[in-house]
Write a protein that binds this ligand. Structure first.
Ligand SMILES: [Zn+2]
Length: 193
């Protein structure tokens, strides 16, 4: 924010809870479930800044997500255009019982990095979108276990595609266009560094 960045494209490696989202697939996530426990979740912790109640009806920038979708289409990369990301505290992996619970709650993917980064970016009035890369099925989801070799192969193929996708997206970005994300805290007087 201090150096003038307006758009953030984040990547995450995730486990999948959804049999339609397979190892190697890309997902332009649109919602999250927050199961983190020990993180600073806001720039607004009272005091001089006060408290701000951020609207997260659309936690990820719809405009940037659409640009990612178009870039994928142009690059011939198949993507899922929505998905629910479950963020766990980690660093340990999830138990099969936890995975079962997340799937029942509507989660598609599980990772440890995307929250609260996404909401902090929104508080800072920046456009933020994420491409999640499925590396494996979560514990107890896949009928047959994936080998470590398969995960490495998938990641290697993905590394090229994710670069292609992001470069294409940067090409079609227009930093002059205004976005609602850049006014996310308008009713609180806007974000101040
Ligand atoms: Zn935006």
């Amino acid at each position: 924010k201090k150096i003038g960045v307006q758009n953030i494209i984040a990547t995450t490696a995730v486990g999948s809870l959804n049999l339609d989202m397979k190892p190697g697939d890309f997902v332009i996530i649109d919602q999250f479930l927050d199961f983190t426990k020990n993180r600073v979740t806001t720039f607004y912790e009272g005091g001089e800044r006060g408290v701000a109640h951020l609207d997260v009806t659309e936690p990820y920038c719809p405009s940037l997500r659409e640009k990612l979708r178009l870039s994928a289409q142009k690059s011939g990369i198949a993507v899922h255009t929505k998905g629910v990301y479950v963020c766990t505290e980690g660093p340990r992996f999830e138990t099969p019982a936890e995975i079962n619970m997340f799937a029942k709650l509507g989660g598609d993917l599980v990772g440890m990095t995307n929250v609260p980064e996404v909401t902090l970016a929104k508080e800072a009035e920046m456009c933020y979108a994420t491409v999640s890369m499925v590396t494996n099925f979560a514990a107890g989801i896949s009928p047959q276990p994936l080998t470590h070799h398969e995960v490495l192969e998938t990641m290697a193929a993905n590394a090229e595609n994710i670069k292609k996708l992001i470069m294409e997206c940067i090409d079609i970005m227009d930093t002059d266009t205004d976005c609602t994300c850049q006014h996310a805290l308008a009713e609180y007087g806007g974000f101040k560094l």
